[in-house]
Design a protein around this ligand. Structure first.
Ligand SMILES: [Zn+2]
Ligand SMILES: [Zn+2]
Length: 285
């Protein structure tokens, strides 16, 4: 088994136990023989500050420390690649790590952690619309701001928004060869649902049609579609599978055995892929 998305202790969201030796030991125990230990990398935050909700601008010293520690660790029983998890920023496909830093690692896990800037819908909502992460908007002012955003999504049009997100992924893959995996993709619509876009107003047939160019490009470039053990519309996944996309299972492990992830739950994601008979992708480095 492979898991291309395992977090490292230097990031504050990951537990102190997430060191190379501990990760290797746990992976071997679980039957994972190849993996990528990622560092979060964000050049900037949507609010222009050091921190936003649960994301943080990268501290250069910590980045160097990660690269040094990766270079000096020699795994004995598995293959470990280096990488970052970073964000897609906009429809043009900009990503949240400079090209010169991308050169220093094996791969980029590309996430949509928060809404990207779309031509039809500029990202202006600085309240993260999920109460678990951002209780700050649970008051009259916050509710008004979120409702104004929801109205903007209706004006922009759900279909246009899906097209914009798909364009963003396509452009990023075309521009940055280190993008080898789309992180915690689910069915590709999850970030839009989080941002209150009523994606279910678009028929599933039309949604799949919009997503097909992305699926074909992923198949052509060998970019894998990562799934955790979470809801995703099976019809979308099955169509991607038909078009040749390779899938990977991950626990998005921030801990070894308890807490966020944890790595221990990797098998559950594998079972989810098996339940839909999805082909496994293997990244070429
Ligand atoms: Zn993530
Ligand atoms: Zn992650």
């Amino acid at each position: 088994m492979r898991d291309y998305h395992i977090h490292y202790y230097i990031d504050r969201c990951a537990d102190n136990e997430m060191t190379f030796p501990n990760i290797e030991e746990k992976c071997i125990e679980l039957g994972i023989t190849e993996g990528t230990v990622v560092k979060h990398y964000s050049s900037s935050m949507p609010n222009g500050q050091e921190d936003w909700i649960c994301w943080h601008k990268t501290v250069p010293e910590q980045w160097r420390q990660y690269l040094d520690e990766y270079a000096s660790y020699e795994p004995k029983r598995m293959i470990i690649h280096s990488g970052v998890e970073t964000e897609l920023c906009n429809e043009a496909g900009d990503i949240n790590i400079p090209i010169e830093e991308q050169q220093k690692i094996d791969m980029v896990q590309l996430s949509v952690h928060y809404m990207i800037d779309l031509d039809c819908l500029p990202m202006t909502l600085l309240l993260y619309p999920n109460l678990n992460f951002c209780p700050a908007y649970n008051n009259d002012d916050g509710k008004r701001i979120v409702e104004e955003w929801r109205q903007k999504t209706i004006q922009a049009g759900e279909e246009n928004i899906i097209i914009g997100l798909v364009n963003g992924y396509i452009n990023a893959i075309k521009r940055f060869p280190k993008v080898k995996s789309l992180a915690h993709m689910a069915d590709g619509l999850k970030p839009l649902r989080t941002y209150l876009v009523d994606v279910d107003r678009v028929t599933i047939k039309r949604t799949i049609e919009i997503m097909e160019p992305l699926m074909r490009l992923m198949a052509e470039k060998g970019v894998v579609w990562e799934l955790l053990n979470e809801y995703a519309n099976p019809e979308i996944l099955k169509r991607a599978n038909q078009l040749g996309v390779g899938f990977t299972a991950s626990a998005d492990g921030h801990y070894l055995e308890s807490g966020w992830g944890p790595l221990l739950k990797h098998r559950e994601a594998e079972d989810f892929l098996d339940s839909l008979s999805l082909r496994r992708g293997r990244i070429e480095f």
